[in-house]
Ligand binder design. Structure first.
Ligand SMILES: O=C(O)COP(=O)(O)O
Ligand SMILES: [Mg+2]
Length: 228
């Protein structure tokens, strides 16, 4: 068990709850095509996800152009990407196995649950709603909800303050080094999931407190009942 004192859990979204790369890739490919630029593969997009939508587009444009895009290219690309992604948000994306039942179990056990994602907030709510899991979360923070996103600890310290919790009472569950680094900087424990997107790297290397291959396995690291 990670800590018997855990009473709240912050979940990452992309690569943790939802396999969203198929739609992120479709929207990225459609954006590059609209701009008359060289396309990209889904595998490339998987390795570019993790630091929000703008960074995804910046990485895609850099790959396509062979150089960093300038500000005007970025300004042209972003609204095109937003339009495409909005249109296909959950078309090919899937909830990972066990997500709904584990969230239900954790809610029944009295844990307070949050989503802390780097995805823009305007996409986060409809995506959670599309998969019927929005109501499990009492707080939902997007990458643009606060002034800084993961790996900055701000979204997690914001939750600690809002919920009046000590760091040892919260856990972060995510697939990326950004989740683990944000958790470490906030002084909270973290579980790294191996099935998501971590720039093609082993999540264990950035030192989460535990590593799980399946979402269901997180239950084994938690107390049977939250202790508050
Ligand atoms: O949008 C991203 O780049 C990553 O989103 P996540 O923080 O939910 O993994
Ligand atoms: Mg993620």
């Amino acid at each position: 068990m990670i800590a018997s004192s855990i009473s709240a859990i912050a979940f990452d979204l992309d690569g943790t709850l939802v396999d969203s790369v198929p739609d992120l890739a479709a929207a990225t490919q459609a954006t590059l095509a609209d701009m008359g630029l060289r396309g990209c593969t889904e595998d490339q997009v998987r390795s570019w996800v993790g630091n929000g939508t703008e960074m995804l587009m910046r990485r895609a444009l850099t790959s396509s152009l062979g150089a960093e895009p300038d500000a005007s290219v970025m300004a042209d690309a972003m609204p095109v990407f937003m339009k495409h992604y909005e249109a296909c948000l959950e078309r090919y994306s899937k909830l990972y196995p066990g997500v709904e039942s584990v969230l239900r179990t954790l809610q029944q056990r009295g844990f307070r649950l949050a989503v802390v994602t780097n995805k823009p907030y305007r996409f986060t709510i409809p995506l959670l709603q599309a998969f019927g899991i929005e109501s499990f979360f009492s707080e939902i923070l997007g990458g643009d909800s606060l002034t800084k996103m993961k790996p900055d600890p701000l979204p997690l310290t914001h939750l600690l303050e809002k919920w009046q919790l000590q760091p040892q009472q919260m856990l972060m569950v995510g697939d990326s080094r950004n989740d683990v680094l944000a958790a470490k900087a906030a002084g909270i424990a973290s579980i790294g999931l191996t099935y998501g997107y971590n720039y093609g790297e082993d999540i264990g290397l950035c030192g989460p407190d535990a590593v799980c291959d399946h979402f269901e396995q997180i239950l084994a690291h938690l107390p049977p009942q939250q202790s508050e």
